[in-house]
Design a binder for this molecule. Structure first.
Ligand code: PLP
Length: 225
């Protein structure tokens, strides 16, 4: 995609986005040249969903880029992800969080994470169920991990044109965020993020309190898998 288009797309999206909402430019499958164009247009937060691709791009992009890991993380990739990412948005189990904490401790890092909530209809999507997350928090399974900073929740809505369905799912995320914040993170100012909304549904997500939106194809064009 031509340089002017990527910067035009960014400008267009940012003009529609309320202040206080941060844009994660989802650059998976796009070449570093495309990321550079976005960087030159002022974009600093990039999202990747595969650890190997993330690690390669980190080395090729300026040091002030903030990297968000947004894809399902296999346990054998945790070490590299912890080293490369500024935030891991896709924490979908207590066991994964424990591993992230352990690897972060090993390199003396405190890494930002989001807890991924499963609200979509597709079984294939990962994440904590709402009840499962509340249960884990209640019994203290997330306590005592000093090398992760839990900064909020992440979610994906069902892949559907049904806006009522998407609306309902984002509302569940927002409600869950409020409960979790109040009951478990009230004294943690860093617990402030709701990451939800992609190219096709981000305006709905913003209406439901998204503070981070993850937009790929609307910035970079279609992906070549
Ligand atoms: C690919 C991806 C996105 C961005 O999707 P687009 O439809 O290209 O905006 C957002 N979140 C996650 C978790 C993704 O894997």
């Amino acid at each position: 995609m031509a340089q002017t288009l990527i910067s035009d797309n960014l400008r267009h999206i940012k003009a529609l986005m309320p202040s206080g909402v941060e844009l994660v430019a989802v650059s998976k499958f796009h070449p570093v040249e495309a990321l550079r164009q976005a960087y030159d247009a002022g974009q600093r937060i990039f999202g990747e969903n595969r650890v190997q691709e993330l690690a390669q791009k980190v080395d090729l992009m300026p040091a002030d880029v903030q990297w968000h890991m947004i894809g399902h993380l296999q346990t054998n990739k945790v070490r590299v992800a912890v080293r490369c990412a500024n935030m891991i948005e896709s924490v979908d189990s207590v066991r994964l969080l424990q591993l992230i904490n352990k690897e972060a401790q090993r390199i003396d890092k405190v890494i930002d994470v989001l807890l991924q909530l499963h609200v979509a209809q597709e079984e294939a999507k990962s994440g904590f169920g709402v009840g499962e997350l509340l249960q884990a928090l209640t019994v203290g399974e997330l306590d005592g991990m000093d090398h992760v900073r839990v900064c909020g929740l992440m979610a994906m809505a069902s892949l559907t044109d049904d806006e009522v369905q998407i609306d309902r799912e984002f509302a569940i995320v927002n409600d869950t965020f409020n409960v979790v914040k109040e009951e478990f993170y009230a004294d943690r100012p860093e617990f402030k993020h709701i990451s939800m909304g992609m190219s096709h549904d981000w305006p709905i997500a913003v209406r439901h309190g998204a503070t981070l939106v993850r937009i790929g194809s609307a910035i970079f064009g279609p992906r070549q898998y």
